[in-house]
Design a protein around this ligand. Structure first.
Ligand code: PMP
Length: 420
C-alpha cells in the first residue's frame, strides 16, 4: 500500500534496528536496551542513511582539505565537491544556479542572515514586517528583535480555530508599509500547509518581499522557489536525511547582490587592504570562514538519496501516515489534535491527551520505545493561543510504517489508561 518499498528504505538506516530502554546517560552501552525503537521525532531531526554517512566518511577518508584556497589536489577535490553541492541544492529547489544558494548552519542562521544583512539596512520606523502566529521561534524571535533594533513594527497574521491562516487578516495586515512577510511553509506544530504563493502575491503587490521558512516542507514535499514566488527560503539538512551543521538559504540573485555581508572574515573577500575590503562573488560573499565542508557534501548526498525515492512519493507516504495517525488518535477519544484535518496537513500530528501532561505522556511513550517530542516545539506564542503550555508531536518520514503508527496509538492508549 506504500508508494515505494519502505522495507528496502529502512535497510539504509541501521539506527532503525536499534533497541532502546537502557540508561541514556551511558550511550553506546546497550545494557537494558530491550524494546524496538519507534522513531517519530522526524520534524526535530531525521535519520541519516548509509549512502549519506558514506559520502561524509569518504570525504574525511580520502579528500579532507580546506576549500577555495588550495592549489593542491585534495583542496581542489574538496572545493569541487563542496561547490557542486550548491548546484545540487539549487536544482532541488528550482533556484537559478549556485549564486542563489548560501550554505548556513541551519534554518535559524539563514533567517538571521537575512534579518541582519537585509533587515538592519532596509527597515526603519514606519515599516512593518508581517509574520504568522504559527511562526517557529527561528523566525519569530529573529524578526521581533530586528523590529526592536530598527523601529519596524512586527505584525502577526491570525490563525483560525481550525488551524489555518486567516487570509482576510493577511490582506488587512499586509499593506503599503510592509517590507517583508516571513511565513512558515508547513507549520511544525499544526501541520498546516500555508499558501506561500498567495502571501507572495499580496506582499509583492505592495513591493515587499517574502521569506518562506521551508524547514518542514523542503524535506517532505516537492518545493520550487519559482512556483512559490519566494524571495528568500530556508531549510536545514538535518531534517532531510543530511547531517547537522548545514542548512541553506535561497535568495533571489539581485537581492543577494544588493545586500552587504552578514559575517566578515576569510573566504568571503576579494581584496583587502588595511583600510578597505571588497567582497567575493555570490554565494561566497555570505560564507565567511571555513565552511561546513563535509556537511555540505553530506547535504548533497541526502538530496540525491531523497530524489532517488522521489519527493512526490515521499509526500504521499507521509500524508498517508499522518492521516492514518489523525484518524486513529481521534477514534481513541480524549485526544485533542491541533491543526487542520488529517487529509490537509504535512506529515505530523501534535496533540494532547485529556488529563495527561505532555511530558508525562512522552515519558510513558519512551518506555514503549516510541520517540516523540513534548513541549512547545519552539512555538510558545502559538501554544498560548491554543491555550496549552505544551503538546506532544509525532512526525513521520519516508522510513516510517503503519505498524509504527499503531505502536504510537497503543502506547497513547496505555498512557491514557495509566493516568485516568
Ligand atoms: N522553522 C521550522 C518550521 C522548524 O520546524 C525548525 C526546526 N524545528 C526551524 C525553523 C529551525 O530549524 P533549525 O533548528 O535547524 O535551525
Amino acid at each position: 500500500q506504500y508508494p515505494f518499498d519502505v522495507e528496502a528504505i529502512r535497510d539504509d538506516f541501521p539506527i532503525l534496528e536499534r533497541l532502546v530502554g537502557g540508561d541514556p546517560t551511558s550511550p553506546g552501552e546497550d545494557e537494558g536496551d530491550d524494546v524496538d525503537l519507534v522513531y517519530l521525532d522526524n520534524a526535530a531531526t531525521s535519520h541519516t542513511p548509509d549512502p549519506v554517512v558514506d559520502a561524509i566518511s569518504d570525504y574525511y577518508r580520502s579528500y579532507n582539505s580546506n576549500v577555495h584556497r588550495g592549489i593542491h589536489q585534495l583542496s581542489q577535490e574538496a572545493s569541487v565537491a563542496y561547490e557542486e553541492a550548491h548546484d545540487v541544492v539549487a536544482d532541488f529547489i528550482g533556484a537559478n544556479g549556485r549564486e542563489e544558494v548560501i550554505f548556513t548552519k541551519n534554518t535559524t542562521e539563514a533567517m538571521n542572515l537575512v534579518a541582519y544583512a537585509w533587515g538592519l539596512a532596509e527597515l526603519g520606523p514606519g515599516d512593518n514586517v508581517v509574520l504568522t502566529q504559527m511562526e517557529h521561534h527561528a523566525s519569530l524571535v529573529t524578526w521581533q528583535q530586528i523590529g526592536k533594533k530598527t523601529g519596524a513594527e512586527v505584525r502577526f497574521i491570525e490563525v483560525t480555530d481550525d488551524g489555518r491562516l486567516d487570509m482576510a487578516d493577511a490582506e488587512a495586515k499586509i499593506d503599503g508599509d510592509t517590507e517583508m512577510v516571513s511565513a512558515v511553509h508547513v507549520s511544525n506544530t499544526l501541520g498546516t500547509v500555508n499558501p506561500i504563493r498567495e502571501l507572495a502575491e499580496l506582499v509583492h503587490d505592495h513591493d515587499g518581499l517574502i521569506f518562506a521558512d521551508a524547514a518542514q516542507s523542503v524535506p517532505n514535499r516537492p518545493v520550487d522557489v519559482a512556483d512559490l514566488d519566494a524571495d528568500f527560503l530556508a531549510f536545514s539538512g538535518h531534517k532531510m536525511c543530511g547531517p547537522t551543521g548545514i542548512g541553506a538559504l535561497y535568495g533571489r540573485r539581485e537581492l543577494l547582490e544588493s545586500m552587504g555581508p552578514y559575517l566578515y572574515g576569510g573566504e568571503m573577500i576579494r581584496k583587502v587592504t588595511f583600510e578597505e575590503s571588497t567582497w567575493e562573488d555570490l554565494p561566497w560573499k555570505f560564507e565567511a570562514g571555513t565552511p561546513s565542508i563535509a556537511q555540505g557534501i553530506g547535504l548533497a548526498a541526502a538530496i540525491e538519496y531523497l530524489e532517488d525515492v522521489g519527493m512526490e512519493r515521499i509526500e504521499e507516504h507521509e500524508s498517508l501516515l499522518a492521516e492514518y495517525a489523525y484518524d486513529r488518535l481521534t477514534d481513541l477519544g480524549g485526544v485533542e489534535i491541533y491543526g487542520p484535518p488529517g487529509d490537509e496537513r504535512g506529515g505530523l500530528v501534535a496533540f494532547n491527551v485529556d488529563g495527561v501532561h505532555a511530558h508525562d505522556l512522552s515519558s510513558v511513550l519512551n518506555d514503549y520505545g516510541v520517540a516523540i517530542r513534548a513541549g512547545d516545539h519552539c512555538t510558545q506564542p502559538l501554544h498560548d493561543e491554543l491555550g496549552v503550555a505544551a503538546s506532544v508531536r509525532a512526525s513521520f518520514y519516508l522510513y516510517n510504517t503503519v505498524e509504527e503508527v499503531d505502536a504510537l496509538v497503543d502506547a497513547v492508549r496505555e498512557a491514557r489508561d495509566l493516568f485516568a
